[in-house]
Design a binder for this molecule. Structure first.
Ligand code: NAD
Length: 358
């Protein structure tokens, strides 16, 4: 029997609520499946830790995480700590040194969930967004001079490297090739950004030659928002830069019904370092502590983690359980227009996992 060591980092706000729910569901699934088990170790890093220690995680945090098979992450962000401190101090402080360069964000309309787009159903919206997750606009290069003076200057430099672009575009082509439609859209902004984005386009052309069976096209990011809204069925796999995909994937989640159901995987595809799995959403101050956070994104994220660990059947079993629950509007949390709670949705998914859902 395989045993997987998982580092749980609930983080802040509703991150704590949804990761607790996710661990319950994953343990129930392991017990039902019988072929594997989890050993979760929880780390209390995040904004509360920062307020006590002045850092979001200890200086040996990465050393502590390295031996784990995967990381299950909630969210960071607190109203009284600046967002760039929380993000750079924890999430990016893990993603970047662990070279989790492929951020994979599937989006589809789950049973029982209504897209805000009129007449758009499950068969019209089934995408995977691949986000470059190691450089680009979030490289962290830049600085501020003359801080607070009238002559103040601030600069953020977007860095794109040829190997960085090649590996993410190749990853996206491979993923597109593995999906039935074999269809990839490369998002760009090379009309306005005439250096790095032009290189991005050129590399896409070069890599495309390695995948003759994949149909691909190129789309400016502004036009992409329109295409996602007006012609969602023309899209399948999508690859974009760190910033572009960050924005497009929130739009994708909203078009699929709610940010609360959207999952993501920060992958180090070579397996040199552990990969990290998290719901897309943040710490959601407005609903923290109310018991109404939608845990579905965290469950779906758990299914992606199982897939990554090689437990494909268990991943599919978990998604079937989640879909049985989303199909029942009585089990929708307020973000989906319902009145259910994190507890009730979690119990229902556990019951579905324990029942015969295969
Ligand atoms: N990966 C991350 O850790 C991450 C991602 C985004 C934002 N943040 C941080 O989170 C904080 C809040 O940011 P924000 O408000 O822009 O984004 P958010 O994702 O926290 O919330 C946006 C809206 O979606 C709702 N929402 C989000 N997740 C939900 C869920 N599971 N169930 C029900 N409703 C849900 C919230 O209530 C809110 O109205 C900020 O500090 C921000 O920096 C962190």
């Amino acid at each position: 029997m395989s045993q997987y060591r998982i580092a749980a980092i609930p983080g802040d706000g509703i991150g704590k609520e949804v990761i607790a729910a996710g661990i319950e569901v994953l343990d129930a699934l392991a017990a039902r499946n019988g072929g594997f088990s989890f050993e979760f170790e929880s780390f209390d890093w995040g904004s509360d830790y920062y307020k006590k220690h002045g850092v979001m995680m200890p200086s040996d945090g990465l050393e502590k995480l390295k031996p784990f098979d995967a990381i299950y992450f909630g969210a960071v962000g607190a109203p009284d700590v600046p967002d760039h401190v929380t993000l750079w101090g924890l999430r990016l402080a893990i993603c970047q040194p662990f070279d989790q360069y492929a951020n994979v964000r599937p989006t589809r309309i789950l049973p029982g969930i209504q897209s805000p787009l009129r007449d758009v159903g499950a068969k019209d919206l089934d995408w995977v967004i691949v986000r470059e997750n190691s450089e680009g606009e979030y490289s962290g290069v830049g600085g501020r001079v003359h801080k607070g003076l009238p002559i103040e200057v601030a600069q953020d430099v977007s860095i794109m490297t040829r190997p960085g672009v090649e590996r993410i575009i190749r990853f996206a082509f491979k993923l597109a090739q593995s999906r039935p439609r074999k269809l990839l859209t490369v998002v760009t902004k090379s009309n306005a950004q005439r250096h790095a984005m032009v290189m991005w386009d050129e590399i896409a052309e070069e890599i495309a030659a390695e995948f003759p069976d994949v149909t691909w096209d190129k789309m400016l990011v502004d036009a992409m928002t329109m295409r996602m809204t007006m012609k969602p069925g023309t899209l399948d796999t999508i690859v974009a830069t760190n910033l572009h995909a960050d924005i497009l994937s929130d739009l994708a989640a909203a078009l699929a019904g709610s940010l609360g159901i959207a999952p993501t995987a920060n992958l180090n595809p070579e397996g040199t370092y552990p990969s990290m799995f998290e719901p897309i959403h943040g710490s959601a101050f407005d609903i923290t502590g109310k018991g109404i956070a939608n845990p579905v994104g965290t469950f779906w994220t758990g299914a992606m983690m199982l897939d990554h660990l090689g437990e494909r059947e268990a991943a599919a079993q978990l998604m079937r359980a989640v879909e049985m629950v989303t199909a029942d509007p009585a089990l929708h949390t307020p973000d989906l227009g319902g009145t259910s709670t994190t507890r009730r949705v979690t119990d229902a998914v556990i019951a579905a996992v324990q029942g015969r859902n295969t």
